[in-house]
Unconditional design. Structure first.
Length: 427
């Protein structure tokens, strides 16, 4: 079975890639991955070295693919394994490089590999298994895969075929435990997502809140109007290079203030993303307006004071990046949440994923749901320790998700999406 690991997405044609994936999930698009590479957001120097796996048949048709990166650190993943890396270091073992199946800087659930059929998928995982045995990677990590990948990943055993056969026929506990240590393990996380219950407008959404909670949202939105700001919603096809440059300045300044560095992405990267996905990007911007009645109308060249960048597909809106030079009460919530909800309702989108973390989203109607990642460590002792850790952590995460749902603002008779609506749970 012909296969190769490619170090640039340009080594496979955009058409071949699109034909295989058959998905409008924005972060798997050839152009999105190209934008990251061409702007050097993903490269050896950044610690995100592209290493995508391609499988072809004897006619050289692309039959399966997996997005892969060689990582020399754990930044930009949003599934935190720093303690694992520290444990390796304390025992004089290298945790890096590791092999990661993920979308860089993007904790948004979606497809992570594609195949034309189950046979091609099996071939993909077989090649991956063999490569991990031959390489020096400490392990393999699949971050935020969708539920369609669950069965393949949880059943992927990095053992020989003879060992797998033994596991299927032997009842010896010792042999079984030995084999289970080689399985990929599921790890749970919790995010807060908005779901569209056939709303026609924002007031329909608010009508699902209890009276007091509904009033809180209305007051919060009213505060933004008191600042006398004008908010615009612009889809990507209408954005010009200067718009992307302005957004980057806001993004950069916000990152500098919060973390002391300018962020993972450059001005070039945002511009290239805009070019690659003009029909899947959305920019919501806030402009300060002059309160002097005698002043001239607002200049069309005035720069925004805040902006939120979204991506979307036929089903989901993804809130990704925020930047601001003014901290006005309620402005972040208005641009990053409420205007996003309005857009999702207008477009008939079913879900709004506003990004990782943020318990403050619960009071604004974002439901706690479980996310997942999958992990395999080659080192047997560490793999065994990881298995126990993940079992205990999973129980904590599930309890937290259930408890957080008790704080939702919805009326008591509201029907909620199940906690595992994005994934499948595994024992």
């Amino acid at each position: 079975m012909p296969y190769e690991f490619i170090t640039r997405i340009a080594q496979v044609s955009a058409q071949e890639w699109a034909d295989l994936w058959q998905s409008d999930y924005p972060f798997i698009q050839h152009g999105f991955l190209s934008a990251l590479e061409d702007s050097h957001a993903t490269c050896t120097a950044s610690g995100w070295q592209p290493y995508h796996l391609l499988i072809r048949n004897t006619q050289q048709q692309l039959t399966a693919a997996m997005v892969l990166f060689i990582k020399s650190h754990s930044y930009g993943e949003y599934v935190f394994d720093w303690s694992w890396a520290d444990a390796y270091q304390q025992h004089g073992i290298d945790y890096y490089p590791k092999l990661v199946n993920a979308i860089p800087f993007t904790p948004a659930t979606g497809p992570r590999f594609a195949a034309i059929d189950t046979r091609a998928q099996a071939e993909l995982l077989t090649v991956l298994q063999a490569h991990l045995k031959e390489s020096t990677f400490s392990g393999f990590h699949s971050l935020f895969p969708n539920s369609q990948h669950n069965t393949a990943l949880i059943n992927a055993s990095y053992t020989s075929s003879s060992q797998r056969a033994l596991l299927q026929t032997s009842s010896q506990k010792e042999t079984l435990e030995q084999g289970l240590q080689d399985l990929v393990r599921q790890r749970l996380g919790c995010q807060f997502h908005w779901f569209n219950n056939d709303y026609n407008h924002f007031d329909d959404f608010l009508a699902s809140f209890s009276s007091r909670k509904r009033k809180n949202i209305k007051k919060e939105r009213a505060k933004v109007l008191e600042h006398n700001v004008r908010i615009t919603t612009t889809q990507g096809s209408a954005l010009q290079p200067k718009d992307w440059a302005e957004f980057y300045e806001l993004y950069k300044r916000t990152y500098l203030k919060r973390s002391g560095h300018t962020g993972y992405l450059s001005a070039e990267c945002f511009a290239l993303m805009g070019q690659a996905l003009p029909e899947q990007t959305l920019l919501i911007r806030a402009y300060a307006q002059d309160t002097d009645e005698n002043s001239q109308p607002q200049s069309p060249t005035q720069h925004p004071i805040a902006a939120a960048l979204y991506f979307y597909d036929s089903h989901t809106l993804y809130g990704r990046y925020w930047g601001a030079i003014a901290e006005l009460d309620g402005l972040h919530f208005e641009c990053c949440y409420y205007r996003g909800i309005e857009f999702a309702i207008e477009q008939g989108l079913q879900r709004f994923d506003p990004g990782a973390q943020g318990e403050h989203k619960i009071a604004r109607g974002f439901t706690p749901v479980l996310t997942q990642s999958y992990h395999y460590l080659r080192h047997r002792e560490f793999s065994h320790a990881m298995t126990h850790f993940l079992k205990e952590e999973a129980q904590h995460i599930e309890n937290y998700c259930q408890d957080a749902r008790k704080n939702l603002p919805f009326k008591e008779d509201s029907v909620l999406q199940k906690p595992d609506c994005l994934i499948n749970l595994h024992a």
